[in-house]
Design a protein around this ligand. Structure first.
Ligand code: G3H
Ligand code: ZN
Length: 286
């Protein structure tokens, strides 16, 4: 029997692994994720930001993923990533997304909580899972020139008390923790506050997601998985593999049929996805 989103994440939590959540904004990236999942017999989450969702079309993505699931039986979930507006959340849920990340982290704690409660009460009736973010995870999914230090303030990390109160009151399913993770790749290496994650996990029983999965050393990600992270979000490394390979191919390949030079791009992205699946421990967990 096919597992639902909650069961897929619960299985990961009990099994001590995480499911990689990969951003896709085009067919080639999607194909790379599908190929990796099929080759490694790994579950995966395809995610789109609101911009990526508008570009692809939520309904189109759902159809493509449904086709893949029906053909392979591999558990692939679809997640709306960092939706700042509740209207976007409801639209994606209606289109068939499984997970919805309502990101009110730029609002006050109280307003964020009020919105999160509304989203949870509406989406739980539709059997969807809701992810929330209390403390804003900084940066953007790109290669940054600066250092992480200049982006981050430890005072903005998630605290155990905030997490306990927010998750109890909102009833949300997944908490995107801010524990030293940032979006994008920087000159220096992130240092996750695993001790803090442990303290947060002691007070709540929800799932945790780790955003900013690009550039975090595998050992640190594995330590986070040990303490309840079941979803690891990765975007920048896929984007860079795509862009750098495409630039190379266009320079050397004078082929006019676009689909003929895309296999190299797909392989490069697939390689990154496979590495992340191995890091998450999700290989052969389909
Ligand atoms: O929500 C998306 C992820 O957090 C991506 O982060 O671009 O650093 O891999 P990343
Ligand atoms: Zn993120």
């Amino acid at each position: 029997m096919e597992l639902n989103a909650k069961q897929i994440l619960a299985k990961a939590k009990t099994g001590g692994y995480a499911v990689g959540a990969f951003n896709a904004a085009n067919w080639e990236t999607l194909k790379a994720i599908f190929n990796a999942a099929e080759k490694l017999h790994s579950p995966a989450i395809i995610e789109t930001s609101p911009g990526e969702t508008d570009y692809l079309g939520a309904e189109n993505l759902v159809c493509l993923v449904d086709n893949f699931r029906a053909r392979t039986g591999i558990p692939i979930l679809i997640n709306l990533d960092h939706a700042l507006e509740t209207a976007k959340v409801y639209h994606a849920a209606k289109a068939g997304y499984d997970l919805l990340h309502y990101d009110g982290s730029k609002l006050s704690f109280e307003v964020n909580l009020k919105h999160a409660k509304e989203v949870v009460s509406r989406l739980h009736r539709q059997n969807k899972l809701v992810e929330v973010e209390i403390n804003h995870i900084t940066g953007g999914s790109e290669a940054h020139r600066g250092s992480i230090k200049s982006m981050q303030n430890q005072a903005d990390y998630t605290t155990p008390d905030q997490a306990k109160m927010f998750m109890a009151e909102s009833g949300a399913d997944i908490l995107a923790v801010s524990i030293g993770n940032v979006h994008g790749i920087y000159r220096d290496t992130p240092k996750l506050d695993i001790k803090r994650l442990k303290q947060i996990a002691a007070g709540v029983s929800c799932f945790f997601s780790l955003h900013g999965g690009s550039g975090i050393p595998a050992g640190q990600v594995r330590a986070a998985i040990k303490h309840g992270v079941v979803k690891v979000n990765v975007n920048t490394e896929l984007r860079l593999a795509f862009r750098d390979t495409l630039a190379k191919v266009i320079k050397t390949n004078k082929e006019a049929a676009v689909y003929k030079f895309m296999p190299d791009v797909i392989s490069a992205v697939q390689k990154v996805v496979e590495t992340k699946m191995k890091m998450c421990g999700s290989v052969n967990k389909k």
